[in-house]
Ligand binder design. Sequence first.
Ligand code: AMP
Ligand code: MG
Length: 432
Amino acid sequence: MSDTPNDSATRLAPDVAAAAACCDDHDPTSLSCEEALNRILEAVTPIVGSERVHLRGALGRVLAAPVVARADVPAHPNSAMDGYAINADDLPTSGSAELPVVGASFAGKPYRERLARGTAVRIMTGAVVPDGADTILIQERVAEHDGRIRFDGEHQRGQHVRHIGEDVKRGTEVLGAGRRLTAADLGVIASLGQGEATVLRRPRVAFFSTGDELRTLGETLGLGEIYDSNRYTLHGMLSACGAEIADLGIVGDDPAELERAFRTAARDADAIVTSGGVSVGEADYTREVLARLGKVHFWKVAMKPGRPLAFGKLGNALFFGLPGNPVSTMVTFFLFVRPALDRLAGTVPRQPWTASARLTRGVKKRAGRVEFQRGRLHREADGTLSVAPTGAQGSGILSSVSQANCLIVLPSHVLQIDAGSLVEVQSFEGLI
Ligand code: AMP
Ligand code: MG
């Protein structure tokens, strides 16, 4: 490596001089999860570049500009039921009435004439209500015989008519900028006749795993080696976040190799996510290399799993150095990276769905840190929610995340929670 640390720092990150002032790893004060998240979110500048995309490719994308309705939806009054279109003035308020059926209006094939007084038109769901008609009689309440209908029930003027603009009024802002588009949103935009949306470009995220023990799938494991599973959990979670991903593979526990990987990653990524190498072991070089290349904070977050967390900037890219233990990687991604990527993507960070649930068995924990256990939320026969921890809770037991559908949040101050107590759970639904 020909660059001196100072050279590389000057070229990659002009603010490197400030790196010396970064938080000290030996600082005994740990941050709370909320503080860590707030500091991360404060450092994120949302993306501004935008592009036009077809609706089919717009699911999960974030609107760069509001969607404004250029037309009313529906554009014509139409029937909500199969039956007969009539003028309510032609029916008595009580007693029965008989009207001749003079035509039919089908969805897409309207009855184009004005409804003459004292007549009815057969009408199907979604068909235009003819001029002169204001009310629909549903077919189940009407007897038709020899081209005449007989009705002897009650009715209300305007019943079963869908009005112009009752779904969306022309000129209204239907979806605001910053909205992450759902399938329902795509349908709403399509109902306006608009085939494209202006969305923000996706966040570009480069990621890699660090560790000499890591092997790529397909390789044979030597003694003490393991498969790089974080590469797959991170790829999955980044995909679910809507990121454009650059997978930089596995990087060994070697400062020069790490430096090369960081330089490559910082070239055009909006964010860099790594796993491993952020604790204080002798082969944990991430911190040292980052301190030379960028502006980085190392935090101990008062939580388990996932205590050490590196966050900062490398050039213009956000940097997240996640702990390597597979459960810690996932939990810290869930709590810190996902909300940051939401903000980067130009939208409000998604909150996990939370609930109170009864713990099925007692748990013990240390005071002074929030502990997150992996749990399975279940609705009991009486309608209440219960949650069971999914087996062993070590930070390396990834299968316990796979079996879980939520995190059980055990507050910082408590030491023990008895079976049957209510605990907060955060659902994984749609998030990881
Ligand atoms: P580290 O954070 O590098 O100290 O790693 C902590 C633990 O996580 C060690 O047991 C590592 O072997 C394991 N680990 C680190 N990176 C990965 C990875 N990409 N996939 C699976 N396990 C990992
Ligand atoms: Mg390591």
